[in-house]
Design a protein around this ligand. Structure first.
Ligand code: PMV
Length: 361
């Protein structure tokens, strides 16, 4: 299996070439957090996530052969968006060794999210995975009609990673692992994610994620700045050991159906991520007072009921409430009554484990 996809000199010869591909790809929520990177978007530790259903990006990529200066256009929710466009064109320039023929194409990208942009939900995982799937599909149409599904999604993961690390995991449904963790699976790699489908215990086959929007403000630390904190972090080595232990343990918990162990690791990962930010140089506190209140209430509710409910956080104040299907009704009632009043504009996105990306056209 090729582990890189450079293809210098690959050029389009069909001057009538034109087409369109459309993909929908989900966001994902990491249970074991990727935090810290090196080289070209390679992870300092392996991560594991669950792909979602309701939170997704849908992207259309139209392409047409051109002999002249190529025209690249980008629309986000039907409007031009220079900030997003610049990020995409920069991403395209970084792909020149893999896609040397991009400059032979006029390209129009139209993209939209299922969730409001103002919620502070990170959309880079769904956005870059949808775009990567479009790129691989376009290439398949132009050059490789026989590409196997495995190769297709592995390449999409590889390309998605180059846009945003966490996007590598979104090209698969269910759970996926990104980053070399050979003790977990020989197939794991830093350059792309793999689907983690083996022996999932029934309690983990249906998992819910209520995303509580605590604050929708502009991120106070960019993802890249956050990752770079790990370059000089005094706890960097300990973090790598912790992530590696937590990954092995969570994989076992998911296989064996150990809910308490799963929740212990889930919350340990979330709070460790924030502790690393607080102890970084410079430091960041990304939780809000309501975030802390929500975490306390979840813990108390779990202690009182014994239900399968826990939380995780990304690099921001919003809380992902993760819970099983058993007692779903009671848990949703608790969320509505106790947690919703603490959310910004009472905003909650009820999401759940998903089947992965979908080709729309
Ligand atoms: O993909 P990035 O560079 O936006 O990093 C995502 C980092 C976390 O969301 C905090 C953790 C993760 O693994 O998704």
């Amino acid at each position: 299996m090729k582990d890189h996809y450079e293809n210098p000199g690959l050029l389009i010869t069909d001057q009538n070439l034109a087409g369109e591909v459309v993909w929908r790809s989900p966001s994902n929520i990491a249970f074991i957090k990727y935090w810290g990177k090196y080289g070209h978007q390679l992870p300092k530790n392996a991560s594991l996530s669950m792909s979602l259903t309701e939170s997704f990006t849908e992207t259309s990529l139209q392409f047409k052969f051109t002999k002249g200066e190529p025209k690249w256009q980008f629309y986000f929710e039907n409007q031009e968006n220079p900030v997003f466009a610049n990020r995409i064109w920069k991403y395209f320039s970084g792909l020149s060794a893999i896609y040397p023929y991009l400059h032979q194409l006029d390209i129009t990208i139209d993209t939209k999210n299922s969730f409001p942009h103002s919620t502070g939900i990170a959309s880079s995982a769904s956005a870059f995975s949808a775009l990567a799937l479009c790129l691989v599909d376009m290439e398949k149409q132009i050059f490789q009609p026989q590409l196997s599904d495995f190769d297709f999604f592995t390449k999409a993961s590889y390309l998605a990673r180059m846009g945003s690390g966490s996007a590598a995991r979104s090209v698969f449904g269910g759970y996926s692992i990104w980053g070399a963790a050979k003790s977990v699976s020989e197939l794991t790699e830093n350059k792309y994610a793999i689907a983690f489908t083996n022996e999932i215990h029934p309690v983990f086959q249906q998992l819910n994620d209520a995303i509580l929007i605590v604050d929708r403000g502009v991120k106070s630390v960019s993802s890249s700045a956050g990752h770079s904190l790990m370059d000089q972090h005094p706890y960097a080595d300990d973090r790598m050991n912790q992530a590696s232990k937590n990954l092995s343990a969570v994989v076992l918990a998911i296989k064996d159906g150990h809910i308490q162990e799963f929740i212990r690791i889930l919350e340990n990962e979330a709070l460790s991520l924030h502790a690393l930010m607080m102890s970084g140089n410079p430091w960041f506190i990304l939780m809000k007072p309501q975030t802390l209140q929500i975490l306390e209430r979840i813990k108390e509710f779990r202690q009182n009921t014994g239900y399968f409910i826990g939380f995780t956080l990304d690099a921001g104040p919003n809380v992902h409430v993760v819970y099983g299907n058993e007692n779903e009704l009671e848990i949703v009632q608790f969320i509505e009554k106790e947690l919703k009043p603490l959310c910004f504009n009472h905003q909650i996105i009820y999401d759940k484990i998903g089947v992965g990306p979908k080709k729309i056209k």
